[in-house]
Design a protein around this ligand. Structure first.
Ligand code: NAD
Length: 355
């Protein structure tokens, strides 16, 4: 059996720490099945090659079946010109891999329920939904223009545009995901005002006909932002355009607690994907063995699920994380009184022990 070819970008700050932990977890759950190729990207690539994403780094990612990323950036590179900053490398990898669907799970681990800022009776109903955000279209990628009106006043406009195929392909991602879950898709738009949203709604409804088992709801984005806080347990898969998804996924990350716990996946055609935690390089704790590796380890589990169809192994990782939390073990970011404080590498070892 040929090995699965994975490009690995450790990055900067805590990136290499959380990636090391994740590779060890993957090797434990599927021994000998991966060929990991380390890729320079971010501040470390600027130091070594003068640019955040050298061509050969991007090529390695493009040739891989999946890319796993830690985090990039840090104060050392803050004075780089805007087009040579570490974050440029990040955008370069995302666009070079042509990933159009960003998947962010929002799941509350029962042992961490006290970290949820919502009322206990709401959190107790359980929170486990996924946001499928369109990543390469909409207003962020439309025409941006600053201009003067005929009477000389400053004005600006940003154009929101979606074509049918962009909506169709992201809707399919959402419905396929719902088929493996509770079979509910909520499409979020602003169809009472925006023409783009009316097209969005029409196309999502057309796609829904191909998934008769899945229940489709529509919500306006303003209402959705309230319902996510009022009744989060009712959501299963949310699908939405780029800007609404950007805002709602940050709202969702706060509902479920620490930034160190949350993974994300960005998918393109043919199951190719980019997998990363949602946190940054945390320069304030880098090199101190304090970083919580769980967000990246769960990103590794998403890679197994979405790029390699290894659902059993992904379940095993998620269960091991659950077990460690149930045992009361915590890194500093999720520590509360009455639990046991451990280091990042101990967290890795405790997860591996339970696999
Ligand atoms: P950050 O996510 O790095 O850190 C925010 C806070 O959360 C810090 O206090 C940090 O210690 C803590 N934290 C983050 N991840 C943690 C983990 N795994 N375990 C424990 N604590 C954790 O955000 P920031 O401070 O705004 O940014 C730092 C650098 O990271 C900047 O250079 C920024 O540009 C970059 N950044 C990179 C990415 C990425 O690579 N995807 C994303 C966001 C920010």
């Amino acid at each position: 059996m040929s090995k699965k070819n994975v490009a690995v970008i450790p990055g900067d700050g805590i990136g290499p720490e959380v990636i090391k932990a994740t590779l060890e977890v993957l090797e434990k759950v599927a021994p000998g099945q991966f060929d990991f190729t380390e890729v320079a990207m971010g501040g470390n690539a600027i130091d070594k090659y003068g640019e955040p994403l050298p061509d050969f780094s991007l090529k390695t990612c493009q040739n891989a079946e999946a890319t796993l990323l830690g985090a990039v950036g840090g104060p050392k590179w803050d004075n780089q010109p805007p087009d040579n900053r570490p974050e440029r490398g990040l955008l370069g990898v995302r666009s070079g891999l042509e990933v159009f669907a960003n998947i962010r799970p929002a799941k509350i681990f029962a042992p961490l329920a006290s970290a949820c800022p919502l009322r206990k009776d709401i959190a107790d109903k359980g929170i486990d939904f996924i946001i499928v955000r369109e990543l390469t279209g909409g207003i962020y990628f439309g025409k941006h223009e600053a201009f003067k009106t005929p009477d000389g006043e400053r004005a600006a406009r940003d154009v929101m545009e979606y074509s049918e195929h962009e909506i169709r392909r992201i809707a399919h991602v959402a419905f396929k995901m719902a088929m493996g879950r509770r079979k509910i898709v909520t499409s979020i738009d602003k169809a009472n005002i925006l023409t783009v949203s009316r097209l969005w709604r029409d196309v999502v409804e057309e796609v829904a006909k191909e998934y008769p088992e899945v229940k489709l709801n529509h919500l306006y984005v303003d209402n959705a932002s309230m319902q996510l806080i009022r009744v989060p347990s009712e959501f299963d898969v949310i699908v939405t355009e780029n800007t609404f998804g950007d805002i709602l996924s940050d709202e969702a990350s706060q509902i479920v607690g620490s930034i160190g716990m949350i993974p994300s996946a960005s998918l393109g055609d043919n199951n190719r994907g980019l997998y990363e935690p949602i946190h940054g390089s945390a320069p304030d704790i880098a090199g101190q063995d304090k970083a919580n590796p769980i967000g990246t380890i769960l990103a590794g589990a998403m890679m197994l699920r979405y790029s390699f169809n290894m659902n059993k192994e992904a379940d095993a990782i998620e269960n091991a994380v659950d077990e460690v939390l149930k045992a009361g073990l915590r890194t500093g970011d999720i520590y509360t009184e009455g639990t046991k404080l451990i280091s990042g590498s101990q967290m890795r070892d405790e997860i591996i022990k339970r696999l």
